[in-house]
Design a protein around this ligand. Structure first.
Ligand SMILES: [Mg+2]
Length: 341
């Protein structure tokens, strides 16, 4: 054995003795507690102290770590912080609202893009039960009369369904994630036939997975998973992924908060639809986009120079502001009307 090997053995022995002594000492519990406490401190409360620093400062051996340290753990404090980092549009302070107000007053045209379900109306278990409140309808009607204001509803529903529930004059409808607009050419025959063939394939899903509901939108299929357990949701998602591989590149899946939408590849989502729509509007208009869904996130990015609002208690969004529910959306529309008139 070389001299170096002898030295290393001695070092190991010293560390082992230290380990034995420390593992029997009662102080290690208080050290572990202090380290955990340091790890949970919010950054806003001051300098963030690393748990490892606390241990070293209190004299813990360099090799010792409290059980589980270094593993990520969810912290309720951190969740609240992230959520609050997106300002609430109606409660973001005087300066913030003045900036919003200035943008509205100086714009030559204001285009208000609104999602429907979860934004203008609350979610219902049966999508056909939704009802736009009289108050909200009256505000939209008055806003629509204003010469500077244009209102567009951008939804995953088809235009025919939106027409039935919205019933507000001078409101433009962009159904099927913005794909359904006037002048749009019909789908190729091959895609229409493939859509027809999908119907019997999807029909047994609710039988095999109770809680799953398949909605036939004639141009697309929405597989609603709100009533299914997380385990079933994972199984159905994997099944849909397999189905897409089998049917080829003519279809894609758009995931919303409560459904997977199997759509023809021509339907590219709200982000692309918004980019196409505003291309011809010039630069001096102000876009305002309000939506509650995952499918609205690409639209927030596309219209990031405007006022973008996510209606949900979410922690991650590309929107600049948030609102809590459809009732607050109506209050915002009312304030918007005051700013415009
Ligand atoms: Mg929605």
């Amino acid at each position: 054995m070389t001299r170096l090997q002898w030295w290393r053995l001695g070092d190991r022995r010293r560390r082992f003795d230290q380990f034995l002594a420390f593992s029997k000492s009662p102080t290690r519990h208080s050290l572990a507690k202090a380290a955990w406490r340091a790890g949970g401190q919010p950054a806003a409360a001051g300098r963030r102290v690393e748990p490892a620093t606390v241990l070293r400062e209190r004299g813990a051996p360099s090799w010792w770590k409290p059980p589980g340290m270094g593993r990520r753990r969810p912290s309720p404090v951190a969740m609240t912080q992230t959520e609050n980092s997106v300002p609430h549009l109606l409660d973001c302070g005087v300066d913030c609202w003045q900036q919003v107000s200035k943008k509205i007053q100086t714009a030559t045209g204001v285009w208000i893009f609104l999602d429907f379900d979860g934004t203008l109306v609350r979610y219902y278990n049966r999508p056909e039960d939704v009802k736009l409140t009289g108050k909200c309808r009256r505000i939209l009607t008055r806003l629509g009369r204003h010469r500077r204001v244009h209102i567009v509803i951008v939804s995953g529903r088809r235009n025919a369904a939106l027409r039935k529930y919205v019933r507000v004059p001078r409101v433009k409808l962009l159904g099927l994630f913005g794909w359904e607009k006037s002048g749009r050419t019909a789908l190729p025959r091959k895609t229409r036939e493939a859509l027809r063939r999908l119907r019997p394939v999807l029909a047994p899903l609710p039988v095999s997975f109770p809680g799953i509901h398949v909605e036939d939108k004639s141009i697309s299929y929405a597989v609603h998973f709100r009533g299914a357990s997380p385990q079933q949701q994972r199984r159905v998602q994997a099944w849909i992924r397999g189905l897409l591989t089998r049917i080829g590149p003519d279809f894609r899946v758009i995931q919303s908060n409560h459904a997977w939408e199997i759509v023809p590849r021509q339907v590219q989502g709200k982000g692309v639809a918004m980019r196409e729509f505003v291309r011809g509007l010039g630069a001096s208009f102000l876009p305002i986009y309000v939506g509650d869904d995952l499918t609205d996130e690409p639209a927030f990015v596309a219209l990031r120079r405007g006022i973008t609002v996510r209606v949900a208690p979410v922690s991650r969004t590309k929107a600049r502001f948030r609102l809590r529910n459809p009732e607050e959306v109506c209050v915002f529309l009312e304030r918007l009307e005051e700013e415009i008139s």
